[in-house]
Design a protein around this ligand. Sequence first.
Ligand SMILES: Nc1ncnc2c1ncn2[C@@H]1O[C@H](COP(=O)(O)OP(=O)(O)O)[C@@H](O)[C@H]1O
Ligand SMILES: [Mg+2]
Length: 372
Amino acid sequence: MEHSRFHPFVVFSELKICLKEISAHLKLLLEFMEKFMLKVAEFKTQKVTARKISSHETITNYIQHPTVLGFDDIAGLKDLKKILYTVVILPKQQPQLFYNRVPGNSILLYGPPGTGKTKLVHGIAAESGSILYCISLSDILSALVGETEKNIHEIFTQLKKSDSRCILFIDEIDGICRKRGNSEHDHSRRLKTEIMKQMNQIETCNNIVVIAATNCPWDLDNAVLRRFKKQIYTPLPDEEERVDLFHLLTRNENVFDSVDEIQKLSEMSDGLSGSDISNLVQDALDMPLNELHETKIWKKCEDGFYEPYQGDILEVDSANYEDIWISELKDLPPMSVRARNVTMADFCEAIKQVQVTVTPEDIKKYEDFQST
Ligand SMILES: Nc1ncnc2c1ncn2[C@@H]1O[C@H](COP(=O)(O)OP(=O)(O)O)[C@@H](O)[C@H]1O
Ligand SMILES: [Mg+2]
């Protein structure tokens, strides 16, 4: 028997097709709305960075909480820590030492990327209990010609009014204060002039320290460079500093059997930056976790945790058979898995795979700059 067009079965199946189509269209509409909302959010943030800082607006937007608790969270760099201590902490703690002289309150940190410049500034802010203001090119750059230097002026004016001890950190200053070139725009020249003028003015303010950082000091305008009373090179870590770094980065893990192992790692990682070492430590610590995805045989421990079974499955005797589980990681209950310990072999493997970010030619450039 043939179904008529209005037979309930036909109507029902057509209705089903219609509903399917509607739901597909709804899905598309939802996706479109999601993208649209993202665009609106992006547009809003762009507007925020390009706006002028109003004179009524406080500069609290630029305050950052230090990412470290103090110098103890930063390995090595002993001489730099001493200099920062002298400039930032000593004038407040022992002002009589600076009687009749102005502490050089403008510091430029330069060196290869990943050598801890940014971290060090957070460290001194935490150590000294200073308020840390961080500005970068994108914060102060205004779409309106002439507004960018007004923004700089406004930031310094408000800082000068502050009673608290402040650190103004200009990260990647080469983006703002490049050498003059033939094609230099007027507004970029005015911006540099404003920064230099403001830096001259704060020379006598003993509650403000300006610290700038750059990976390319040779790109900086000479007149700007001269404004920094102290120019400090942050080199790659030496052998002793690398030992410190491995200790620091693994302080919450029980990894090494002896100090000799750390010493060996330090020797193997010659030429790496602090950031390279931090990445390789992360990779090594992740290795036991990555293995969990391939694990199919688990040992259930007395405390209820599952650990990857390390032995030969054929050698499990009947007394222990109940403790052995065959399962994929994803099928085990949440919060029930423990990974094997990280070993020295993981670190050796991670060192082999690490991407070296600073070349000997780069180092030569910094050393040449240092000796000029
Ligand atoms: N001396 C150090 N002590 C501790 N961590 C360091 C050190 N040097 C580099 N690092 C690691 O490298 C990362 C990048 O450091 P960062 O301060 O941003 O370098 P830079 O500003 O010189 O490019 C940090 O987050 C930290 O994990
Ligand atoms: Mg940095």
